[in-house]
Design a protein around this ligand. Structure first.
Ligand SMILES: C[S@@+](CC[C@H](N)C(=O)[O-])C[C@H]1O[C@@H](n2cnc3c(N)ncnc32)[C@H](O)[C@@H]1O
Length: 225
């Protein structure tokens, strides 16, 4: 499958709005914990030192779902700060609860579109971007909504430092092809398919894909310019 460069509409959403009512417990957790661990999508440029109380390597996870990978990776790497973003309210409420339970100080959560949120980040501040199992948008006419496409990728790279790591995984073969094509077209990236890195935790979402017989492909790139 070939993705023609530049064949994308100005800005179609990369996610499906899902309206699910929160349980009263989750609703209360969201209200209580968001002010402590959450970040608004819109607002002034973020002061990272004020936010985390230090300037450590910074990672961004786009589309963290229920936050399993974010939680496990923030726990395993306390010297890295992580911002995890999703529009999925129950997942965000769950992650906030887990952050409090685990007492993590290196993880913050954005409830909304990560691509909008990135305008709040200082230029080239990200040392890592993680995109695990982005929404597949399987129909040909939906491919323009995929997160990994030329225009969005370039704006993500704009926020990444030279040498930063871009780590992606998908269980959709056709999406893997698209990732390989789009990333190889960017002159600012170097890398490709890798064996599953040890630091990427197995999530329920991935387990379901594996049980359905899907093949998982990991990609790792470095920002070179
Ligand atoms: C298929 S799920 C995978 C979730 C998680 N990464 C996992 O492996 O379990 C993809 C997630 O990406 C989120 N998503 C897609 N586009 C997004 C965006 N622009 N900003 C924030 N979240 C987004 C969706 O809401 C959805 O929860």
């Amino acid at each position: 499958m070939t993705v023609p460069p530049g064949a994308y509409p100005a800005r179609s959403r990369t996610f499906k709005p899902r309206r699910r009512r929160l349980s009263p417990t989750r609703e209360a957790a969201l209200e209580r914990l968001f002010p402590e661990f959450g970040l608004d999508v819109g607002g002034p440029m973020i002061d990272l030192v004020a936010l985390f109380g230090r300037r450590a390597p910074l990672a961004l996870e786009i589309g963290c779902g229920a936050g399993e990978a974010a939680l496990a990776m923030a726990t395993a790497a306390p010297d890295t700060d992580l911002i995890a973003c999703d529009v999925h309210t129950p997942g965000i409420a769950r992650l906030l609860t887990e952050i409090e339970t685990a007492g993590l100080s290196n993880l913050r959560v954005v409830h909304g579109d990560a691509l909008d949120f990135m305008a709040r980040l200082p230029p080239r501040c990200l040392d890592e971007v993680r995109i695990y199992f982005p929404d597949p948008w399987p129909k040909p006419r939906q491919r323009q909504r995929r997160l990994v496409r030329d225009d969005l990728l370039e704006s993500i790279i704009d926020s990444m430092s030279i040498g930063a790591r871009l780590h992606l995984a998908t269980d959709v073969d056709d999406y893997a092809e698209q990732i390989a094509e789009v990333c190889s077209r960017s002159e600012r990236l170097d890398g490709g398919i890798v064996l599953r890195p040890d630091d990427r935790p197995l999530t329920r979402f991935e387990i379901k894909g594996l049980e359905a017989g899907h093949r998982v492909t990991d990609f790792e790139y470095r920002v070179v310019s």
